[in-house]
Design a protein around this ligand. Structure first.
Ligand SMILES: Nc1ncnc2c1ncn2[C@@H]1O[C@H](COP(=O)(O)OP(=O)(O)O)[C@@H](O)[C@H]1O
Ligand SMILES: [Mg+2]
Length: 330
């Protein structure tokens, strides 16, 4: 695998504030890395340094083996960047903007033609090329922002909160486009939206207070959740208490929660100690006691819990020892 980005010991201070604190990681070709962290955790600062818009206080960043501070022009050729907020020139049309970007990037006529065709096709913007950008919907504006980031066919894409400010349908659209755009590139997507990571990323780095607190694939991260392998069951309301007593005695069950209820049914969640598999045990116990189980399912875990676990302590926030929205210890 070709390493396209290598960050070592990166630190950035703004006066007394350490925005990025000794961050190291590398990204290979073909990887789509979710760079996730709470607001103010240092995502944008890291991205601005990688793209050459800010100088590091300490540490080194190499893109394709070249140091970003020593070869600012070369690395800008290799990188496509969607800055935070996706700023655009509203009075330009998408076509005039793309031509302008090609000119600034000093692409040849041939590269310009090819690059614009490529970006227009990837982002599906052929139908709005001649419309002033300020008259476009937010979703289309974002597509134009993404198009300008790939017009020179970069190897490394740095996208700072690419779906921020969009409605759920537009977010979905942009995520689908991101999957199409990534191809053989290395892509870094910053976000604080965890579904985005599950939807498009092959790997996730969690950052809090400028420090990397996890670096893993989304599924493994999810399996760190306290609810990994928990078993949910829906039963008639009348059998709830008996069932809770049974579940509490099942081997491997650490805790039983009442997760939802209607007048007719109750949903219980049996949380597994250490994420062990307990489905078989739970099923057997229900059968043995003759409980009418209307539905049974296994939780994969919740990235949200993991994110909170990982970032709360670092951020110095008080963590509720049992923060789940469901009522604990039914
Ligand atoms: N130009 C700046 N001057 C001073 N502090 C800044 C500046 N830019 C960012 N910061 C601070 O650095 C920290 C990280 O910010 P940022 O990288 O924008 O975080 P994120 O993108 O994860 O929300 C925050 O505490 C922020 O207030
Ligand atoms: Mg930011």
């Amino acid at each position: 695998m070709t390493t396209l980005l290598d960050i070592r010991g990166l630190t950035k201070s703004y006066g007394p504030i350490t925005a990025v604190d000794n961050v190291s990681f590398s990204v290979d070709q073909g990887e789509v890395l979710g760079f996730i962290g709470p607001n103010g955790s240092g995502k944008s600062t890291t991205m601005k340094i990688v793209t050459g818009f800010l100088a590091p206080t300490m540490g080194a960043v190499e893109v394709g083996g070249q140091d970003v501070t020593r070869y600012p022009l070369e690395i800008k050729r290799r990188i496509g960047y969607l800055p935070e907020g996706a700023p655009l020139y509203g009075d330009m049309t998408p076509l005039s903007l793309l031509k302008f970007v090609c000119k600034v990037r000093r692409l040849s006529d041939e590269q310009t033609k090819y690059g614009i065709d490529y970006a227009v096709e990837k982002l599906h913007i052929a139908n709005v090329l001649y419309q002033p950008i300020e008259t476009l919907s937010k979703g289309y504006k974002r597509r134009v922002g993404l198009a300008q980031a790939i017009v020179h066919e970069p190897e490394l894409l740095i996208l700072d909160e690419p779906t921020d400010g969009l409605d759920p349908n537009q977010k979905h659209e942009v995520r689908e486009l991101l999957k199409e755009m990534s191809g053989k590139k290395a892509v870094i997507i910053s976000t604080h939206i965890l579904e985005e990571v599950e939807a498009v990323c092959s790997r996730a780095i969690v950052i809090a207070k400028g420090r990397v607190v996890a670096d893993d694939d989304p599924l493994s991260l999810q399996s760190r959740s306290r609810l990994h392998n928990a078993v949910g069951i829906r039963i008639p309301a009348g059998q709830a208490q008996a069932c809770i007593d049974v579940l509490n005695d099942v081997e491997g069950v650490q805790q039983v929660r009442r997760s939802a209820e209607t007048t007719a049914t109750v949903e219980l969640l049996a949380v597994a100690g250490h994420g062990n598999e307990i489905l078989g045990n739970v099923r057997n116990a229900m059968e043995e006691k003759g409980v009418t189980v209307e539905e049974i399912f296994v939780e994969r875990g919740r990235l949200e819990d993991v994110f909170r676990d990982l970032t709360y302590a670092v951020e110095g926030l008080q963590q509720d020892p049992d923060f789940n929205p469901e009522t604990p210890n039914a």
